[in-house]
Design a binder for this molecule. Structure first.
Ligand code: SAH
Length: 348
């Protein structure tokens, strides 16, 4: 029976239930197993030397990390992209960003994405399915296993919309932050959303105080409808309401992701509109100059370009004038299609 469970989707309490109820072993066996998986990144039970031999045999084949298909390293060695294959053959990518003293893993929550934002490569390939909690957890732990060291930060900014796979997302966060499992600090975990307002409200009530990042990209509905079809269903007024609720409830500063696309959303006037829209929220803005992607279709998205440095500067000047804190995200991994919006399911 153990062979049918998804081991990475189990909380410490579930491991304990299995230890006591199924294995007829003491509860602390669960702690031992979790410290092998989450501490030492050892997945092969035969190597778990402090477990009784019979238990090791019984656990054979229980813990199955996704198969690594490829690992691609950027020229500057600061970004690594992993392509994993799940048990049903579906593939997703994760990215590891190395900032020197700290590292960040960017993991996927869905195979493909249903949102089809005009500028994003992931949406072009359509949506296939949600990842399970275990498949989300396993990406992070498998990256650590590959690197042979702990990763400090986790961002849900890979393929898919995290808040459209909320139950599995929340469960994966419980496991990765849980003391006794991976124990990653909540402050080191960021959920990014294209604007699922109900999900943002749920996140405000979620017991693990993770950080929130909102992919805004446009400060008015006319422009946002064009770039992000989701906005037709969840317009800015609804989105911003949920952000105000989150801010009030948690006191946490929200990060805004804003991909700068030449002559589409880089007019400094839009910075003023954004300031008015988000007035009083005290956001932090991450500007991401548009990453050209091989997967972008030749139609509308094909015309998208990274703004000139002069235009980026002008947008920044407007934000400074408005006293909005921001940074320009230096794009890592663009040469291996590992940068924002470049992840896809296929290895092509
Ligand atoms: N669906 C979630 C999680 C994906 S995060 C969300 O939208 O937030 C991936 C980030 O990269 C998002 O902010 C997305 O808008 C941005 N992005 C997508 N395509 C991009 C591109 N070509 N260049 C730069 N950023 C892009």
């Amino acid at each position: 029976m153990e062979k049918t469970v998804d081991a990475f989707s189990m909380t410490l309490e579930q491991w304990q239930d299995m230890a006591v109820g199924v294995w007829k072993e003491p509860r602390f066996r669960a702690d031992q197993v979790c410290s092998w998986i989450y501490g030492k990144k050892v997945f092969d039970p035969s190597l778990m030397s402090n477990l009784p031999k019979t238990l090791r045999e019984r656990m054979c084949g229980l813990i199955r990390p996704p198969a690594q298909i490829t690992e691609t390293v950027s020229r500057d060695r600061e970004a690594r992209k992993y392509l994993w294959e799940m048990a049903d053959g579906k593939r997703v990518e994760s990215v590891l960003l190395d900032h020197g003293e700290h590292t960040t893993a960017c993991v996927s929550t869905q195979v493909g994405c249903p949102l089809a934002c005009a500028f994003c490569a992931t949406g072009q390939s359509g949506y296939e399915r949600d990842l399970t909690a275990g498949e989300i957890v396993a990406q992070f732990i498998a990256v650590e296993h590959r690197l042979n060291k702990d990763v400090n930060n986790l961002v849900f900014m890979g393929m898919g919309e995290p808040l459209l796979n909320e139950a599995n997302l929340f469960k994966s966060i419980r496991i990765l932050s849980g003391v006794g499992t991976r124990g990653l600090g909540a402050r080191h975990i960021t959920v990014s959303t294209a604007g699922i307002a109900d999900g943002i409200r749920d996140l405000a009530d979620f017991e693990v105080p993770v950080r929130l990042s909102v992919s805004l990209h446009a400060p008015n509905d006319a422009l946002r409808n064009r770039l992000m079809p989701l906005n037709r269903r969840i317009p800015l007024a609804t989105l911003v309401d949920s952000m105000r609720h989150y801010k009030k409830r948690t006191g946490e500063r929200i990060t805004i992701e804003y991909v700068l696309i030449e002559k589409v959303n880089d007019d400094p006037q839009l910075a003023f509109e954004m300031a008015a829209l988000l007035d009083g929220l005290g956001v932090y803005v991450n500007l991401i100059p548009y990453n050209t992607s091989a997967a972008a279709p030749s139609g509308a998205a094909g015309a998208f370009r990274r703004p000139s440095d002069g235009r980026i500067k002008a947008f920044c000047a407007a934000l400074s004038e408005l006293s909005i804190e921001f940074e320009i995200r230096r794009s890592k991994g663009a040469d291996i299609a590992a940068a924002c919006g470049q992840l896809k399911s296929r290895n092509s």
